[in-house]
Ligand binder design. Structure first.
Ligand SMILES: O=P(O)(O)OC[C@H]1O[C@](O)(COP(=O)(O)O)[C@@H](O)[C@@H]1O
Ligand SMILES: [Mn+2]
Length: 649
């Protein structure tokens, strides 16, 4: 081993005693049960439901409360305790007792919370628990968690609680301990893409994730679309604005990210003055808390930005014949005299033929006003601090795929041929497929945002994010086309079908799932693939479990817009030291008083581990063993006098 590396290590562990105690500590950690991992996908801006599922650890907290207190505490009180752990500020503000009763209630509540905290921390080392503790109460928590049943200790414990109440710090204490219980209930969070679009406030979700310690994200097509918009791709800027307006989500744009929509609003009101914009009515009414927008004006803005997007996409496709998507330059395929459009060789009548800004000579050219309003929007995207904070976070924690503890996570698919071979996708002069394809795309995604030199290469990478959003060979999209134009302008369902990549059919076969796992260098007999992207239509008898349990699709429709299709409100996957379970969520209805009672997910164990999984069996266990090896070498170097010890005072 490199002596220079050992000398660096010696700075952290300067003598035999410090090395020895770290070796003992690390060995002990490998024998603890592995922490619980929670998997989410396709959150789609539904911040209320997501925050509840995250804070309740997908029902795990209530289960633990039931296990601990089912014999001594009523169901009603157990529900109240779980609600308190999720939303302490709110529950504390709601309790109505007399002064004496309130003190009693708070005292008992603190005892119960401390008990819960001990239960959920039992899997971790003291040091790990300390790291998760809110700083303000760290000392008291430490005392509580390590108190024994000895009589004097009990007295000491009661004294601390009385003092907390006497000095009126109990609410702060309760809020802090609830946060600690939540943090200890989930060791690691995996987000398998699509945080953005459709639902009202993805920015609030991003803020919550930003404050979370251990999280990884696998980018979804909707996330990539926002990343591209933030990187400066104007077609994607138009796309994210169009999606937001189509769901009447002005708050995320204006209040959340400070995007200035005034130029768009003025332009739309003027240009589409005589147009009822029927095809462009937002899907949702009354959504915005801040500055609600007139519904008809929203429809006009929606149409205005859609036309701009179609122009910008056409221009982008002109720059990139290699995408082989000329057939998507649909504004050029409109026949104004006949009021029709040619798609895939067929003529379809248009249901909306009012295109006041489209110049038939050069349909893809922006009018002067459109150009101006795009400049205004681009300026906002460039300068939104919060947007860039969130996008940087997506980059820092995100990737095209992740391998972790025997699971392979990615949002959409690995493009395949009908025969089940990895589909080769050409970029430049090279073909990429399988794992190589995803690795290559990861580099491209990073280039698009982080190379600030505005070279042609970066421009290409930025345009490429648009391809990842909707290109047929994009693993994040995985469909033959995105029928945006067709959905707005063609009547009925003809010509609108988006055909899924063969992957989505082939994954029913265990052999195909095993082939993918092998491609990613994972054990084909024990590992799993976890995907999102395609809503699982439970209502129609579809199952989230594919390939004989080798693959899970956990997009069950957290997005409200998709719940009528799926019949439920999403899945989360929970991987504890004993089980892999699917939590099937019911729609989140905060307007109902007892919603948290009806809201508990149905839990289904999909795999029981042959023996309890320990930290030593995880990826982190491998890293720890490596570290122990290095520390042992350092220990020997101290003993042989090759490296000199520094004694601490
Ligand atoms: O239902 P919406 O929000 O109008 O969006 C429909 C579009 O969204 C997509 O499904 C892509 O989004 P997903 O990644 O969530 O599936 C397109 O294929 C489709 O055309
Ligand atoms: Mn998706």
């Amino acid at each position: 081993m490199d002596i220079k590396y050992l000398q660096l290590l010696a700075k952290e562990y300067p003598n035999v005693e410090t090395v020895a105690s770290e070796i003992i500590n690390l060995n002990a950690i490998t024998c603890l049960p592995k922490g619980t991992e929670l998997f989410f996908s396709d959150i789609h801006g539904e911040y209320e439901a997501f925050l509840y599922q995250l804070r309740s650890a997908s029902g795990e907290i209530k289960n633990k409360i039931d296990q601990e207190f089912c014999k001594t505490v009523t169901e009603q009180e157990r529900i109240q305790l779980s609600r308190l752990i999720c939303y302490p500020e709110q529950v504390l503000s709601e309790v109505t007792f007399s002064k004496v009763q309130l003190r009693e209630w708070k005292k008992i509540t603190i005892y119960r919370l401390v008990h819960m905290c001990k239960t959920v921390s039992s899997k971790y080392t003291r040091s790990k628990v300390r790291k998760k503790m809110p700083k303000d109460f760290a000392y008291i928590f430490d005392e509580f968690l390590n108190v024994t049943d000895d009589m004097n200790q009990e007295y000491y414990y009661a004294k601390i609680i009385d003092t907390i109440l006497d000095i009126q710090m109990e609410d702060n204490f309760i809020i802090a301990i609830c946060e600690l219980i939540r943090k200890l209930s989930v060791d690691r969070l995996h987000i398998i893409g699509d945080i953005y679009d459709r639902g009202p406030r993805p920015d609030i979700i991003m803020e919550e994730l930003h404050n979370y310690q251990d999280v990884d994200i696998q980018w979804g097509n909707h996330d990539i679309s926002w990343m591209g918009a933030a990187a400066g791709n104007r077609a994607l800027m138009a796309n994210v604005i169009r999606m937001a307006i189509s769901y009447n989500n002005f708050d995320v744009l204006e209040d959340g990210y400070g995007i200035n929509l005034r130029a768009l609003s003025n332009f739309a009101a003027e240009t589409y003055k005589e147009d009822d914009c029927k095809q462009f009515m937002p899907h949702v009414h009354d959504r915005n808390q801040f500055d609600p927008v007139d519904f008809l004006l929203a429809a006009k803005m929606h149409k205005a930005i859609t036309i701009i997007q179609l122009k910008l996409e056409g221009q982008l496709l002109n720059r990139h014949p290699e995408y082989s998507m000329e057939d998507r330059r649909l504004l050029e395929k409109i026949n104004i005299e006949k009021n029709s459009v040619a798609i895939d060789g067929k003529e379809y009548p248009l249901i909306d033929c009012n295109f006041p800004t489209v110049n038939t000579e050069s349909p893809l050219e922006l009018s002067q006003e459109e150009q101006y309003l795009m400049d205004v929007l681009a300026h906002s995207f460039h300068n939104s601090r919060l947007l860039h904070k969130h996008i940087r976070f997506l980059y820092a924690k995100g990737s095209m795929y992740k391998k972790i503890n025997g699971n392979l996570l990615y949002h959409g698919c690995i493009p395949m041929t009908e025969e089940g071979e990895f589909y080769p996708v050409s970029f430049g002069n090279k073909d990429y497929k399988g794992v190589e394809l995803l690795d290559f795309l990861d580099v491209m995604v990073n280039k698009a945002y982080f190379h600030w030199d505005n070279t042609k290469e970066q421009e290409e990478a930025r345009d490429f994010l648009w391809y990842l959003w909707c290109g047929s060979n994009s693993p994040l999209f995985g469909k033959s086309k995105l029928s945006m134009f067709e959905n707005y302008f063609i009547k009925g369902s003809k010509g609108k079908t988006e055909i899924y990549n063969p992957y989505f059919r082939l994954i029913q076969q265990e052999e195909i799932c095993k082939k993918i796992l092998k491609e990613f260098d994972l054990d084909e007999n024990t590992s799993h693939i976890i995907n999102g992207h395609v809503p699982v239509r439970l209502k129609e008898g579809e199952s989230p479990i594919k390939g004989n349990g080798r693959l899970f699709i956990i997009d069950g429709g957290l997005s409200k817009a998709y719940q009528p299709k799926t019949g439920i409100a999403g899945y989360t996957l929970i991987y504890s030291s004993r089980h892999l379970s699917l939590a099937e969520h019911k729609p989140f209805c905060p307007e109902k008083e007892d919603h948290l009672i009806g809201c508990a997910p149905a839990l289904k164990v999909v795999e029981t581990m042959p023996t309890r999984i320990l930290v030593g069996d995880t990826d982190n266990g491998t890293i720890i063993r490596e570290r122990i090896k290095e520390l042992r070498i350092l220990l020997n170097h101290y003993r042989d006098g090759i490296i000199k010890e520094t004694k601490q005072k």
